[in-house]
Design a protein around this ligand. Sequence first.
Ligand code: ADP
Length: 219
Amino acid sequence: MVLSLVFLGPPGAGKGTIAQRVCEKKNIPQISTGDILRDAAKKDDEFGRSVKEIMEKGQYVDDETMAKIVKNRLGEPDTANGFILDGYPRTVKQAELLESILEELGKKLSAILLIQASEETVVSRLSGRRQCKNCNRIYHVKNIPPKEEGKCDECGGEVFQRDDDKPDAIKERLRIYSEKTAPLVGFYKEKGLIKEIDANGEIEENMQNVEAVLSKLEQ
Ligand code: ADP
């Protein structure tokens, strides 16, 4: 079965962590626009520099640029059996553009997983989050620490703290989320696509909540 999912939810709710695990299990690609942009921001060219500046402030890259990136990525052959869009769409305009991209590519969304966690949980997850510079694996200093401090369990890469996971940027990201992304919940609810996931618990418990929803979709 083709499993084509969008993960929606505030920064720090656990979209990326859960998406990485589901993708490994189901053998489908995780399309994290945050990871794609972080890779672009490593390059010292005009695009890389502008993306870096936007991300450091916790703001959003413009909708047309995002649509181009996502269209290219979804056009790759590994999406034939499904995919998880993690962090995209993030505005109603992006969701509208995604509809035409999917139509052009002959694809259809199975569901939108709304990954929910309280503001308190989200802030503590973001401030303790660490990520591998090389393979993008996500860790947390307390909840999911790497076996060896500062070193990725998967690839041995350097585990670092993102600039946008520092207090000022966290505040701004949460503000922008409620202003620009929260309205997407209504957009997808109207289409009957939303499945709510309680992600306040430990990762194992959250994964069980996700599995319960996915097994129903797969029936
Ligand atoms: P989080 O979900 O924790 O906010 P991400 O890694 O998904 O983190 O995104 C990090 C940053 O990348 C965002 O704050 C934003 O600047 C940029 N970004 C990622 N996805 C999008 C998108 N769909 N539209 C615009 N900007 C994006």
